[in-house]
Design a binder for this molecule. Structure first.
Ligand code: COA
Length: 244
């Protein structure tokens, strides 16, 4: 079993290009390595699973680069979702934006009592771009997904549990232990059957390809907006945004 730790705690494990590339490489090698049967993804430190895509470079991103950014993130998260080997998320803190999207791309999720979930992109004048509009809708239903994305605020682990975003809430101290015990049980099952059930279950929602492209396109559009400049600048300057 492989434990993948997103390790950038000083920036709350925000996903920059380096981290995303490393994640892609490790998922690829996990898929190709016959000695690895399954994986757990978690975040380094006490505070965050992943606090989102790295906002610090957003002001330099134009419309086309924005769409490309989304397609790249979507492709990596799809690799996780479509991995023939089980991958679960052990959400140990903030799972915001790309962090919530990463957790949702895993086959299922456990959370610590301190975990917090949200898609706060609207507060930056953009939208979720790593599959969030699609996977959140499928996972918790359209109305709840719309509300969470429109409000742009956070829900706690118990709320996430009550709407089916996570399967189990566990004290922080035993989160990884419990996740490992579950993954150990799962990987003791026959691998070809696990792989087949992942493929078949994913096929239940395979009418989404256009949805992802719509998301990438509109995500790119948002990068051409004044509101995005204001939202991101306000975040970087640690002040409240003043949207038009
Ligand atoms: N991208 C880049 N840097 C990020 C980040 C992100 N998504 N999330 C947090 N950071 C950085 C902060 O800028 C800060 O860096 P600094 O110490 O160099 O100033 C560091 O991580 C710690 O975060 P801080 O905001 O000081 O912690 P906090 O406990 O006060 O707040 C959050 C925690 C999660 C509420 C807050 O960091 C936040 O809102 N992050 C952005 C979440 C978001 O919008 N994600 C979606 C992105 S599309």
């Amino acid at each position: 079993m492989l434990k993948i730790t997103i390790n950038r705690p000083e920036k709350l494990n925000a996903l920059n290009e380096v981290v995303l590339n490393e994640l892609k490489t490790i998922i690829q090698s996990m898929i190709n390595d016959s000695s690895i049967k399954g994986a757990i993804i978690t975040g380094a430190g006490e505070k965050a699973f992943v606090a989102g895509a790295d906002i610090s470079g957003f002001l330099q991103v134009d419309k086309n680069q924005g769409a490309q950014l989304a397609r790249n993130g979507q492709a990596i998260f799809s690799m996780i979702e479509q991995s023939g080997k089980p991958i679960m998320a052990a959400v140990n803190g903030f799972a915001l934006g790309g962090g919530c999207e990463l957790a949702m791309s895993c086959h299922f999720r456990y959370a610590s009592e301190q975990a917090k979930f949200g898609q706060p992109e609207i507060n930056l004048g953009i939208i979720p771009g790593y599959g969030g509009t699609q996977r959140l809708t499928r996972l918790i239903g359209k109305g709840r997904a719309m509300e969470l994305m429109m409000r742009g605020d956070m829900i706690d682990a118990q709320q996430a549990y009550s709407i089916g975003l996570v399967n189990k809430v566990i004290p922080r101290e035993t989160l990884i232990e419990e996740a490992e015990a579950t993954m150990q049980l799962i990987i003791s099952k026959p691998q070809p059957a696990l792989s087949a059930l992942i493929e078949a279950t994913n096929a239940a929602e395979d009418d989404t390809k256009k949805g992802y492209e719509t998301e990438a396109h509109t995500f790119g559009e948002a990068f051409a907006s004044d509101n995005m400049r204001e939202g991101v600048t306000a975040f970087l300057e640690k002040r409240k945004p003043n949207f038009k």
